[in-house]
Design a protein around this ligand. Sequence first.
Ligand code: ACO
Length: 429
Amino acid sequence: MGEVAKIRIEGKDLELPTIVGTENEKAVDISALRAQTGYITIDEGFVNTGSTQSAICFLDGEQGILRYRGYPIEELCEKCDFVEVSYLLMYGELPNAQQLEHFRSSLRRHTMLHEDMRMFYNGFPRDAHPMAILSSVVGALSTFYQDSLDPKNPQEVEMSIFRLMAKLPTIAALSHKKSIGQPFMYPKNSLEYVENFLYMMFAVPSEDYQLDSDFVEALNLLFIVHADHEQNCSTSTVRMVGSSDANLFASISAGICALWGPLHGGANQACVEMLEAIKADGGNSKKYIDMAKDKKSGFRLMGFGHRVYKNYDPRATIIKRTCDKLLKKLKIKDPIFDIAQELEQAALSDPYFIERKLYPNVDFYSGIIYRAMGFPVEMFTVLFALGRLPGWIAHWREMQMSPSKKIARPRQIYNGPAKRSFIPLHERK
Ligand code: ACO
């Protein structure tokens, strides 16, 4: 028997069991609390509340550790490509050669969009944000693939996973082509996953397209470091929507919407826009550090701070290294990279940031690499979504397979008016 938490409420004593995870994280199990005491707990923003037990991702925010299914992120970045890591996240183990080949070829088979779905793009305004297009088209997959919507049917789930993983890069690349008025490029299934996406994004029918192996390597790495991050806002959204037995496409479409916000995945776009603004303002980083410290300014340093990491985000370390390497190789002297480094140095030596344990997060340097590769800023959060997709699917699947699955339905404390008499319209002031 492990530790027991004891609480006393209204003269009643209650013992609550505790749970200890693989890495010694500890929780008090309050599932009996309301039934036995009438009390609930309140924890705005879920700062202290675990929503589930999960075997997919471990992160230690104090020590800056991130592991997928037990494997350190640094090692996966070095030894795997994104498709292999996706398999690991979704199915729990690294694939053997045969399993990997089967997975790759299943993804290859489903890359095209239904031609009617392609027509959707004619209806979107040219300046539509690609995240809005992404969530709409993913939601619409459930209108085209009604044969694979049952979350309780393993074959149907498997089919939706292949369709979604295979089609998301196509959906994303089409939204970019639409915004710049170029012809859509059909997927080329002789190419690997990341290569195919780069091809659909940047090739044009009138010219040969040469893939750059450094771009392929950098994008594989960026997708891997974004692939999962346990119960973050968008993943929790996917799980919450899926908890009602909504189909995979509907659940992921909701997750894409959650990711879009600037406090979450949208921060990569917001961060590059902030660095641009600092550059346009003469490159005075100190002014922006001071603004970020002044609560009245309403300004936050984008790409800094994290709900869980109170140390350097290990993903930021990996990305910064790649960023440096790619800019050197491309011989790009990007002034916003210099501003970012200056800002980082200034923030890391400032008591405000030190006391609050605010460090660069995954979004701080990723945008600079995306920009160097030629992605427009509106596509940055879409790239995050492409990377996060296997993590979302893994969590949705883990939840569907859990024997203890329940619809997610938080409680509240009502603090509106007490019961009162209705006032007829003619008597209202
Ligand atoms: N710039 C300046 N001050 C900050 C910043 C920042 N980026 N982030 C947090 N703080 C300050 C807060 O004002 C607060 O100060 P106080 O204690 O004096 O009131 C303190 O640090 C703690 O901040 P909270 O908002 O309570 O921390 P929380 O865990 O709720 O927020 C979040 C985390 C949303 C990521 C926050 O740090 C932030 O807004 N960062 C900028 C946006 C960003 O980069 N988001 C991407 C996150 S990573 C991802 O989703 C992929």
